[in-house]
Design a protein around this ligand. Structure first.
Ligand code: AP5
Ligand code: MG
Ligand code: ZN
Length: 214
């Protein structure tokens, strides 16, 4: 099963993608996580990506597309995967469709997690990310067992560099301008499904499972 997660920054794409990956036993491929891992490891790609990410801008298509096309062609993706944060522009979506067509494959679902802008800024200010493994929590909605300690690896929790309110506002503008057109793109290709992302994390997941099948 091949799934794309769509939605504004902070809509819950990563939270839901992780649960989908666990339930359906498919890889969770997050371009944001890939860039953050590269930044942490000080790679050339990480250095380039950081200059855009810190401003709330998208990393240029040419730095993203080959990376994802290469990733979905790997051995562990033969049974499917869940893409989180890609595609985010029409050219990225077209490049993905073209790459899949060359492999004789197609995307099954594009799941749009809908959350109004008003809810997003508040949500992001409470998000915390683990410096060790990148796991995501929320002070109120998805707390850790011990305060400020990652449940997975014991790492320290921090506010992501791009989660400052000014940067979140910029990311929302960029989303509306460059990513929202994908809703129409996937409506036209007949695979768009919309879920209410303002519900509790478990209820959103139940709605998604209802779409994907148990
Ligand atoms: P990326 O990491 O993808 O960030 P994003 O799209 O802005 O989305 P987020 O990760 O911030 O939010 P999310 O939807 O995953 O929400 P989450 O589950 O964490 O990208 C970062 C940057 O990398 C981009 O700005 C860009 O520069 C670059 N980039 C990445 N991919 C790219 C691409 N393809 N092309 C170009 N550039 C690219 O949830 C948010 C918070 O809310 C958490 O604290 C969570 O616990 C909580 N929460 C989740 N669901 C609920 C709920 N139902 N109720 C209450 N709280 C909830
Ligand atoms: Mg995410
Ligand atoms: Zn951790």
């Amino acid at each position: 099963m091949k799934i794309i997660m769509l939605g504004a920054p902070g809509a819950g794409k990563g939270t839901q993608a992780k649960k989908i990956a666990e339930k359906y036993q498919i890889p969770h491929i997050s371009t944001g996580d890939i860039f953050r891992a590269n930044i942490k490891n000080g790679t050339e790609l990480g250095k380039k990506a950081k200059t855009y990410m810190d401003q709330g801008l998208l990393v240029p298509d040419e730095l993203v597309v080959d990376l994802v096309v290469d990733r979905v062609g790997q051995e562990d993706c033969t049974k499917g995967y869940v893409l989180d944060g890609f595609p985010r522009t029409i050219p990225q979506a077209e490049a993905l469709d073209k790459a899949l067509a060359e492999l004789g494959q197609k995307m099954d679902f594009a799941v749009d997690v809908e959350v109004p802008d008003e809810n997003i800024i508040n949500r992001m200010s409470g998000r915390r990310a683990c410096v060790g493994c990148g796991a995501t929590y929320h002070l109120v909605y998805a707390p850790t067992k011990m305060e400020n300690v990652c449940d997975n690896c014991g790492g320290e929790l921090v506010l992501r560099d791009d989660d400052k309110p000014e940067t979140v506002k910029k990311r929302l503008d960029v989303y509306h301008e460059q990513t929202q057109p994908l809703i129409e793109y996937y409506t036209n290709s007949g695979i768009l499904k919309t879920v209410d992302g303002t519900a509790d994390i478990g209820d959103v997941f139940a709605e998604i499972v209802g779409i994907l099948g148990a």
